[in-house]
Design a protein. Structure first.
Length: 269
């Protein structure tokens, strides 16, 4: 059975993939949605005790994700959202995966585009250097601006209560500083890697925290002889996996990835 690996981003856990997991399983795939190391508990437990979030590092996350993919019988399709999109790019660059999709992806090292809405979205973490040693959450209002700005207030609050956890100040600060430090940092990829698997960037036109300009710039950095494409969905916010109409996106990215991985879709699809 072919496998799809779903990689979550910051401020959420694998629970954010719950609809996609069910849909892809029903389509005949094995679906693996790994948590970051130390995040194996539920959302409620991480909100009650964010110590695992404070302790996690980007290299530890990447090593854990690579161990998950290595344990599979064959290369999977890897789909990442937000920070998970950046980790997906790193995994592909390291030779993992048959194809990859980065949804509203955080940028890899060297992408300098920083729209004002992105600055406002991440300001709760980056406003204080002391947050480098903390796990920093959003208020419900901050969540709505960054993740669900096109949702109703009721929808946004319900998803905040179901999905939201604090994010690692350490990793977010490191990503900001990476472009000002010599040598490759944690989220570095080789933009000239001709052996990288096909990659699709997907963006929502109304995304505040990772606007389309970030996806476009990230894609343009790739100069290798590989497939790198960009797809934008109008009217969509950052939380694509849970926004109304998510089924269309889930089906499109799966069809794209299956085609570019050279797979044959299961007969049950």
């Amino acid at each position: 059975m072919k496998t799809i690996v779903l990689v979550h981003g910051f401020w959420v856990t694998p629970r954010s993939w719950e609809h996609w997991i069910d849909r892809y399983q029903r389509a005949g795939y094995q679906v693996v949605a790994p948590s970051y190391p130390g995040f194996e508990v539920e959302v409620e437990a991480l909100n009650a005790d964010p110590a695992p979030i404070e302790a996690v590092t980007a290299p530890a996350i990447i090593a854990h994700l690579e161990s998950v993919v290595k344990a599979l019988d064959e290369p999977p399709i890897i789909i990442g959202h937000s920070a998970g999109g950046a980790f997906t790019q790193v995994l592909l660059d390291h030779g993992f995966g048959a194809a990859g999709v980065a949804l509203n992806s955080a940028p890899t090292e060297g992408v300098l585009v920083t729209p004002l809405s992105q600055i406002k979205s991440t300001f709760p973490v980056l406003r204080n250097p002391a947050n480098r040693h903390k796990a920093v959450g959003f208020t419900a209002e901050q969540w709505r601006y960054a993740f669900t700005n096109t949702f109703t207030e009721e929808e946004s609050l319900a998803l905040y209560q179901r999905y939201h956890i604090p994010a690692s100040g350490r990793i977010l600060w490191s990503s900001v500083l990476a472009n000002f430090q010599p040598g490759p940092q944690d989220i570095h990829v080789d933009y000239h890697n001709d052996d990288r698997a096909p990659l699709l960037f997907v963006s929502g036109s109304e995304d505040h925290i990772m606007p389309p300009a970030v996806q476009s710039s990230n894609a343009k950095h790739y100069k290798s002889n590989t497939i790198t494409e960009v797809k934008e969905y109008e009217g969509r916010a950052h939380l694509l996996p849970a926004q109304e109409g998510w089924e269309e996106i889930a089906d499109h990215v799966l069809a794209w990835a299956v085609e570019h991985a050279g797979w044959t879709a299961p007969a049950t699809q």
